[in-house]
Design a protein around this ligand. Sequence first.
Ligand SMILES: [Zn+2]
Length: 597
Amino acid sequence: MTYIHYGLDRPYKIPKNRTGLRHSLISETKRYLTPEQLHRTAKMTTTAFINGRIFLSGVKPGTNPSPTSPPTFASALVIKDSLITAVGSPSSDPTIAAALALPDTTVVDLAGKTILPGFVDGHMHLMLLGQSLQKLDLGACKTLADIQSTIRAYAAANPALPRILCRGWMHSMTPGGVSAADLDGLDVEGMDRPVLVDTKDLHSAWCNTAGIAALGAEKWADVPGGIIARDEAGRPTGVFSEAANITYVWPWLASVAGMEERMDAVRAAVAAYHAAGYTGMVDMAMDEGAWEAVLALREQMGGDFGMRLSAYWLVKPSASEAENLAQVDRAAELAGLYNSATTPDCRVVGIKVIGDGIIDACTAGLSEPYSHDGTGTNPIWTREELEPVVRRAEEKGLQIALHAIGDATIKMAVDVLAECASPARRPRIEHIELASKEDADRLGKFGITASIQPVHADPAILRAWPRLIGKHRCKRAFAYREFADGGAPLALGSDAPTAPHSPLGNVYVGTTRRSYREPEMTTTVNENFALGLCEAVAAATEGAAYSCFEDGRLGRLAVGLKADFVVVDMQWEKEKLMEARMKETWFDGKRVWASDE
Ligand SMILES: [Zn+2]
């Protein structure tokens, strides 16, 4: 018998202003596993974890624990190979006692630590996350001058890069607006590389004049729901938003990145997710370039890249219904090849349609005009355009995910799903940030999963909302309590890389409605809509697994399910979640990450 004992813990201080993203990505990118390392522990083994607190949510998949339900813990967990074989207490469970008596069982004394199911990020962007690791972070900049000097220094330090890619720009840093000219002349003497800057939310991109030329943006036609900023003569001035960004800039970025670069991005994202405590991800805008890299990496790693990946294929608004439907057909073709029967850890499960933008950019579809300037924004798709797409997906057996943030778009999304989607196929709405009471209640009625990202409800990033939508409408923001009470299955996600991806940070915001980004901030956002702690942890594990039909094999700590779990040093108290420390991540019965603290 091998006996492992965890040592005493050192106190842990949360770094100030940490974004989660930077914290784990930058420090962990070098730690990804080689195929040899990942498979090294693959021999038939039994491991028993004792003296721990093994979280049992104890509810039927697809339902939520009550907000006040106390947690239930077992004290021991036994795994054999890739599966959980026992959960309970050594004194009352003969299977555990028998496992402990075997000579070759490895026994791990958890010394009071908690085991949670491996987290499943219910909404994230794999390729964008991976690529963001390779970009210059402008998140610390306050002004245009800061942005310019940061880029200038980076360009000088990286003369070999073919292009300068940056992330983390916020409109609040450049209140006077921006154009290509603001990024011209920042390169080193004699070089004029394309400079491309993403907003923090990834909804807009801004580039220099060399960037406009490299993108070929002079020839771009306007697209529905997109904005190409233009001068009086109609020439692009260097800022592309919403559908224009998705339709033109993202594919360009994907096309200029070579296969190796894209595979590296996926590998880095998986490593960052292991370090954060994830064993599953739901990609919410899969496309050809990313999928090709995922498949190549999977093959290189012997069919296993250490993550349960479920992907929703992005259907972009196009000029005709036939083009829209062709995208759905492509998703169906891939789902026919990559599904639970053929490649259970690497599946195309459905389609994603982006119904509107975001409140901060005033691109979310609202039923009443924005408060500060009286303008209105319509959803990107009309109901007439959306319905055939949803019907085709339904016919093809695909799941449907609709991004809807503003109340008008949410209403349309619920209407369309109620009319055209079968509850048995677990349709879902992403974000649901400003729902009416009526629509919040309707989600459960139609079996619609509320796919929510509490990190977007962080008070630190909502400072503009009262001005943009008025205080009365802010009271409706992020109505999670109503979604759950109405019977909607909840799935928690981070929307990384647009927001920090720490799973317990996400749970912290969902349960306390306080800021994860600025923990010293005491503001709460509609505390009446808070989730209970068990409820939020379940939504971040089994709820996210349920959202894409993974609940039969993962998401809970139960016999027969996959041995995907995390060891956490934590107290079961929402106010103490910021102090929790991930210690280990286990995937498929193998330890794929361990903290070096
Ligand atoms: Zn997203």
